[in-house]
Design a protein around this ligand. Structure first.
Ligand code: ATP
Ligand code: LTN
Length: 336
């Protein structure tokens, strides 16, 4: 990202956890928008490894997953010449700002976060304080870079609202310091549903492997998971709130083929799920194959992946340091 002041574009920051393998939900809800927004914005894309340890991780696996996610982002079209791609743990300013923001966030507002409630149920044996303060770290991620826009899936909307509240509160308590960011939630694909429980978000940490399409899954795994996906009663292929299973498959088919929902409904009129599901299975398998192949190729060059992260951390730190210096001064710390 080498630009002069006069061609300054709006700023984007977004993050993705390195707590597992990426899913087609991550691809459609987040990564594809990240790639598009590179055209029009100055983008910071972050591997949220500090967030990942809010649930238990095996250290060697976390290291590997971080490189896997870096690779998948590059394979999907994130261009490190245009965007800053970095790991959160490489930029200490994230932790530095988090503490200040934690002292400006209320217990009550954090306790209302649905992700905290869900994850506390999911990880009842490890309800650590980091799981509770998770959204404050996310606010720090965003506010450090003075981001105008934050592309996320629909599940992160509540965290974005909290970030805006924290930013506005800080700005009025001290003086204007942070840009108050807007969420960017694409109208289609903002919530890809589980293949087994289509009223629930598809999640990389779902215990049921059949519920989730992973980007590294082979053609046959993809086909089998889609063919066995839970569909609704009846047989009509139609977009409808009372048909969450079929609607979810229609979204996947739309993304994979570019066909509109009306075209899909017409294509399968009178044909039923028996023909629809295999067609979705084939289209999605075709769609994901090139990404997987590119991923496999790039994964051989671990040195390159680490070099991308090192360069990204350098660039990210320059901006992050400026914000932290400003914040430390405003809250009353003596500058050395
Ligand atoms: P977990 O499911 O384990 O909590 P996650 O995949 O939701 O993990 P992240 O990896 O941090 O969590 O998500 C990265 C981005 O992908 C976020 O913007 C999130 O909103 C988006 N995302 C995740 N799952 C989906 C989904 N099923 N549909 C659309 N977007 C999604
Ligand atoms: N909390 C997000 C991941 C995340 C993020 C961010 C997204 C961490 N920091 C900053 C946008 C901006 C998640 O769980 N999906």
């Amino acid at each position: 990202m080498t630009e002069t002041k006069q061609d300054k574009k709006p700023i984007i920051l977004s993050g993705i956890q390195t707590s597992g393998k990426l899913t087609i939900g991550n691809l459609i809800g987040a990564m594809q928008n990240w790639v598009k927004l590179q055209e029009t914005h100055d983008c910071y894309y972050m591997l949220a490894d500090l967030h990942s340890i809010t649930v238990k991780q095996v250290p060697a696996e976390l290291r590997k997953q971080t490189l896997d996610v870096t690779d998948m982002l590059l394979a999907s079209g994130i261009d490190p010449e245009r965007s800053v791609l970095f790991a959160q743990s490489h930029v200490p300013e994230h932790s530095m700002l988090t503490w200040v923001l934690t002292c400006n966030a209320g217990m009550g507002e954090l306790a209302r976060m649905t992700q905290f409630k869900d994850k506390s149920k999911q990880h009842a044996d490890n309800i650590n304080a980091g799981l509770f303060t998770y959204p404050v770290l996310m606010a720090a991620d965003i506010l450090l870079y003075q981001a105008d826009l934050v592309p996320v899936g629909a599940d992160q909307k509540q965290h974005l609202e909290l970030t805006r509240d924290i930013a506005q509160r800080f700005n009025s308590t001290y003086s204007p310091t942070f840009v108050v960011p807007e969420p960017y939630i694409a109208p289609i694909g903002a919530k890809i549903m589980s293949l087994q429980e289509p009223t629930k978000k598809m999640s990389k940490s779902d215990e049921n492997d059949k519920a989730t399409l992973f980007l590294h899954n082979s053609d046959s795994e993809i086909r089998n998971k889609i063919k066995r996906a839970v569909t609704d009663s009846g047989s009509e292929v139609k977009m409808s709130d009372d048909k969450p299973g079929v609607s979810n498959l229609m979204t996947l088919y739309h993304i994979a083929t570019g066909k509109t929902y009306a075209e899909i409904e017409a294509e399968f009129e009178g044909k039923g799920y028996g023909e629809f599901k295999p067609a979705v299975a084939d289209a999605v398998a075709e769609y994901l194959r090139p990404l997987r192949e590119k991923f496999t190729l790039l994964r051989k060059d671990e040195k390159m992946l680490k070099a991308v992260l090192a360069a990204g951390a350098d660039q990210a730190r320059r901006q992050a340091f400026k914000t932290v210096r400003k914040v430390y001064k405003k809250v009353g710390f003596i500058q050395l």
